[in-house]
Design a protein around this ligand. Structure first.
Ligand code: G3I
Length: 385
């Protein structure tokens, strides 16, 4: 559990982040610095919130989030399986908590995500044991988008479509198979109708990859020609400690390219993986992941080297990598609307289970107790420069 006294002692505090929120900071506490204050002239600084945090009202973690960040995304609560687990049965329990927390703390709230191939229940694509028609699937898509966006008018930024492209091609998802490439255009149209003033984002990973970047530029230009307005591009930014994966030059060029095309850039899911690459352990298709315990011990020790803690020199390397990434973000701040880290505490990260299950990773800015890591201070330093 995060201890509030340590939190205040060890970290710095977001001025004005708390209006009447969970955490009751004194004015003196609020005047200290924090990530969102350090970057307030550049872009919003956000984090993602997990279902468990919402369910258990984890006050320590919510306090830390309110103190440090001025934007939030739900990592799972607003996905289709969370909001409409069964046909026409909506469940607003966690998403209401999430949105209320953001409002109480005067935060920018992002809706993640309206249309994706993952975490979308099978029923969506089936009727009477048969694959649904294109017409019915579009109806279901429209109903989902309009119900969700109507309920949350205070959510003014939406990841409308996630990950439609893989490599340089369309991902062969059920959305694509049944509706065809037009599914992206229709999703944005439905979202625009539901809330004409919302900021609508196309969100994807690996945008620094030249083939993928080209395909996404083509996709977005095509949509523009057809009269559909997309406001922003979400660069997920699941990066690695390796300096060329991707290089800061590639990151900067990618931001510049989308900005030149007229899009606001959103860094939507930033984290920095410190572990050795392990893609070869994912059997695809069908996607099947190995647990680290299923890998021979010698190899496993190589793949999961920091199970007992992060050595000082890697912690420093991580801080340097974060500093160089934020150096680019600062330089590009005119083109960037928001930077969001994908989780607050290391223990929350999806990176413990990808691509191998059960490793110990350290990709974020706070340790498991909520203490700021070296990486936190190097990011803060970039913001205060
Ligand atoms: O809720 C069940 C729980 O009931 C069950 O006991 C447990 C056992 O594994 O699983 C729980 O579900 C997990 C869920 O997260 C909630 O914790 C799923 O297994 C797990 O696969 C799921 O992972 C999420 C992942 O998306 C799935 O696609 C991550 O938390 C979430 O951070 C991640 O986020 C995505 C973005 O939405 C899009 N971009 C990539 C990013 C990372 O994958």
């Amino acid at each position: 559990m995060i201890n509030r006294r340590n939190l205040i002692k060890n970290t710095t505090i977001t001025a004005g982040a708390l209006l009447s929120g969970c955490c009751g900071f004194t004015n003196q506490e609020k005047t200290l610095s924090s990530l969102s204050v350090a970057f307030e002239d550049q872009f919003r600084f956000g984090t993602s919130i997990k279902n468990d945090t919402l369910e258990t009202n984890d006050n320590g973690l919510l306090t830390l989030i309110a103190k440090e960040f001025n934007a939030i995304t739900a990592d799972n609560a607003m996905k289709w399986e969370g909001l409409q687990p069964r046909l026409k049965e909506f469940n607003w329990h966690k998403s209401d908590k999430f949105v209320n927390f953001g409002q109480r703390n005067n935060m920018q709230i992002t809706g993640h995500v309206l249309v994706w191939h993952k975490q979308t229940p099978n029923y969506v694509f089936i009727k009477d044991n048969k694959v649904v028609s294109k017409k019915l699937l579009l109806q279901r898509m429209e109903e989902h988008i309009s119900k969700v966006m109507d309920r949350y008018k205070e959510v003014t930024e939406w990841d409308v479509v996630n990950e439609a492209i893989v490599g340089g091609k369309w991902l062969d998802s059920k959305w694509y198979k049944i509706i065809g490439p037009d599914y992206v255009r229709r999703a944005f149209q439905f979202a625009r109708n539901a809330n004409p003033s919302a900021t609508l984002i196309y969100n994807d990973y690996g945008l620094t990859n030249p083939k993928k970047q080209e395909a996404i530029v083509d996709l977005l230009s095509g949509l523009k020609k057809s009269g559909v307005k997309i406001d922003g591009v979400g660069m997920q930014s699941h990066f690695s400690l390796e300096k060329d994966f991707p290089s800061v030059d590639m990151i900067e060029q990618t931001i510049e390219r989308f900005a030149r095309q007229g899009y606001q850039v959103f860094i939507t899911e930033l984290d920095v993986d410190v572990l050795p690459r392990a893609w070869k352990y994912v059997r695809q298709p069908p996607l099947q992941q190995l647990h680290i315990s299923e890998i021979p011990p010698k190899e496993a020790r190589f793949l999961d080297p920091y199970a007992n803690g992060l050595p000082e020199h890697i912690s420093k390397e991580l801080a340097d990598r974060y500093a160089s990434i934020f150096n680019v973000f600062s330089r590009q701040s005119d083109n960037i609307s928001r930077v969001t880290v994908w989780g607050t505490l290391d223990t929350e990260s999806w990176k413990h289970d990808w691509p191998i299950l059960g490793r110990t990773n350290y990709p974020l800015l706070f340790d498991k107790r909520g203490n700021p890591k070296k990486a936190y201070f190097s990011v803060l330093g970039e913001g205060n420069n």
